[in-house]
Design a protein around this ligand. Structure first.
Ligand code: M6R
Length: 614
């Protein structure tokens, strides 16, 4: 939620900041703005709507040259997405400019204090309050770093704040509490960003910050202190992907590019997981074998697509380890007072590593002495940092708001975790684990095969441009796939879409079926015949009521053909791994349908890539 950029160096700050905002726009696109420090004054511009509106405003009324600046792209929380509420916000005398991600919970109280003291606030935001407070501090003689330390002590809630002072072009100062911020380390220049894509064009050296820290960047250095003023050191790391990963590479959408990257992303997520003697080895598994042997219950917490990855993980974990698994929406978890202790392993799945609901859930779990293992795609993000162990997914940056390669690589990480636990607990023989690893290593090739049939799926999508409702049915590991297919369609095409466990259909949802209703059916592989046959009955039931059945069926399964209006062929794979191939046509379908409907596929309405507020 909200993208933030800060820069100090030798280049034109406006160019660096706008380019950074372009790469962060997926985090929020309700408005955008910049503030530069030029000749002892602030030069600012901000506009409601997408970044393009800001760029047009700057083209019409150019900002002065400057080498220090900040920028913001907003996902609105307090106040409508209009020009006055867009960031940056300035203090009363327009000396300090500030951008903010998060929510300042005590802003009403602070606002009334400022108004009583004669301050006139121009927006409805919580952010402007912080800008006024910061300016009061610098006006009374503090430098911007000291001022920030004084102000954060007065704020409650979650925030990243980044500020500049018109009278001190040498520095940009930021504060972080429960909201993302990373530092980019350059030569004669330094950067701040909500994530590394903000500055990847300029440097791949980054510094991870902890919670409750204030960072000051100048041309020549970076200094970090805790909110109590004590010096702190961040963890420095090298970003292992480059600018090309953050570009569309000839595709119309990042999402489409990311769908086609899935074979590679899956292969990368499997790399280096086996020792020469054939044992599974997970680098970032910081839990000892004894701690894992003590695990007698697993609770998976996640949101959205990551939650559906968790649902698939339950089948694999229970099957291979015989440990009971619960899967829970992170936003609900701590409010039900879950039963946790030291022998419960909590697995938090998050592509971004910043989802506030998931973060709060893991904090709750750790207070109950449970160990937390994160499955995450973002190095340097908060969730892995606050977890006891982590499995990174190696999907590369996922920029499309709708998760695709993030999902597939989360599935891979879940399978790896399940197999690793089975190895440590001895619930599967080594040769069985070896066999599944071999099957997993075949999956990139199978995904390629599904992608090679993309044109038929695109054609199908174009036939559905006037469709207002779509159902998805699945069983077993195909049930979360149905849910994910429906979520993709809701997010991108803005139409009614629902996923159901096929067996549940007759208990109510079948009433939705009417003539011509498209129903996607994820058919379990042959060999799981009971499961598959029951699915076939479900397909017959909806078809008998006039539904148009679109069946995702493994090759060679011709028994389904009489009941399918459309057949999408899937490669032959084991039932537990089928989600890795079955979800791909559903992603292609949603991407293409949204495209022909004229929607912005990468930045769907009302959404943001990383949801950093609860
Ligand atoms: O970054 P996370 O995996 O924690 O994000 C969780 C959800 O917000 C995310 O999966 C969301 O549902 C996506 N937009 C789905 O495409």
């Amino acid at each position: 939620m909200c993208g933030i950029v800060g820069y100090v160096g030798e280049k034109q700050a406006q160019d660096v900041v706008i380019e950074g905002l372009r790469r962060l726009e997926y985090r929020g696109y309700d408005s955008a703005g910049v503030a530069l420090v030029a000749d002892g004054a602030l030069a600012t511009e901000k506009r409601a709507g997408k970044l393009a509106n800001l760029e047009k405003a700057i083209a019409d009324r150019p900002l002065p040259p400057a080498t220090t600046g900040i920028g913001h792209t907003r996902w609105a929380t307090h106040g409508a997405p209009n020009d006055p509420n867009a960031h940056p916000h300035a203090g009363a005398g327009r000396r300090v400019a500030l951008v903010h991600n998060g929510i300042i919970e005590n802003f009403a109280e602070l606002r009334s204090e400022l108004e009583t003291a004669g301050h006139h606030l121009l927006s409805e935001t919580d952010t402007e309050v912080a800008a006024h407070l910061l300016e009061l501090e610098v006006d009374s003689g503090a430098d911007l770093t000291q001022a920030m330390l004084a102000v954060v002590g007065r704020l409650e809630g979650a925030f990243t704040l980044v500020a500049v002072d018109a009278q001190d072009p040498s520095r940009v100062v930021a504060a972080r509490r429960n909201s993302p911020l990373v530092v980019g380390i350059g030569e004669g220049e330094n950067f701040l960003g909500s994530d590394v894509s903000a500055f990847i064009e300029h440097t791949r050296e980054a510094l991870e910050l902890g919670q409750d820290q204030v960072v000051t960047i100048t041309r020549d250095g970076v200094s970090v202190v805790g909110f109590d003023g004590t010096p702190a050191v961040g963890r420095r790391y090298h970003v292992d992907w480059d600018l090309s990963a953050a570009e569309k590479d000839g595709h119309d959408w990042f999402m489409r590019k990311e769908i086609y990257e899935q074979p590679r992303a899956v292969a990368d997520s499997l790399l280096g997981r086996r020792t020469p003697d054939g044992h599974l080895h997970l680098d970032e598994m910081r839990l000892s074998d004894q701690e894992l042997r003590d695990v007698d219950k697993i609770i998976i917490i996640a949101c959205g697509t990551s939650f559906y990855a968790g649902m698939v993980a339950k089948y694999a974990l229970e099957h291979w380890t015989r440990v009971p698994v619960e899967v829970e929406l992170a936003s609900e978890f701590r409010y039900r007072d879950p039963i946790l202790d030291y022998s419960t392993l909590v697995v938090a799945i998050s592509q971004s590593g910043e989802t506030a609901d998931t973060l709060q859930a893991i904090r709750h779990a750790r207070t109950q002495r449970s160990k937390v293992l994160a499955i995450c795609n973002t190095n340097g993000s908060t969730i892995p940092r606050e977890s006891d162990a982590v499995i990174y997914t190696h999907a590369g940056p996922e920029i499309g708001v709708a998760s695709t390669k993030g999902f597939l690589t989360q599935l891979v990480a879940c399978y790896l975790l399940a197999l690793y636990l089975a190895q440590v607990k001895g619930t599967r023989y080594g040769d069985e684990i070896d066999q599944v690893m071999g099957q997993l290593e075949e999956m990139p090739r199978h995904i390629e095969q599904v992608l090679a049939a993309d044109q038929a799926v695109y054609e199908l999508a174009r036939e559905h441009v006037d469709t207002r409702s779509v159902l998805f049915l699945g069983r077993h590991a195909g049930y979360p796939v149905a849910l994910e297919g429906a979520l993709k369609l809701k997010e991108l095409a803005y139409i009614h879409a629902e996923g159901f466990a096929a067996g549940e259909l007759k208990h109510g949802p079948i009433a939705l079926v009417e003539g011509g209703l498209p129903v996607f059916c994820v058919v379990p592989p042959q060999g799981r015949d009971q499961l598959r046959d029951k699915m076939v009955s479900g397909i017959q039931e909806v078809r008998a009521r006039g539904a148009r059945t679109i069946c995702l069926v493994e090759e060679g399964d011709d028994a389904i053909t009489p009941y399918a209006d459309v057949v999408i062929r899937l490669p032959k794979v084991p039932v537990l791994l089928q989600p890795l191939v079955a979800v791909v046509p559903l992603q292609l379908f949603a991407c293409e349908l949204a495209t022909v409907m004229g929607h912005d596929v990468d930045q769907p309405r009302n959404l943001a890539k990383s949801v950093t507020v609860e």
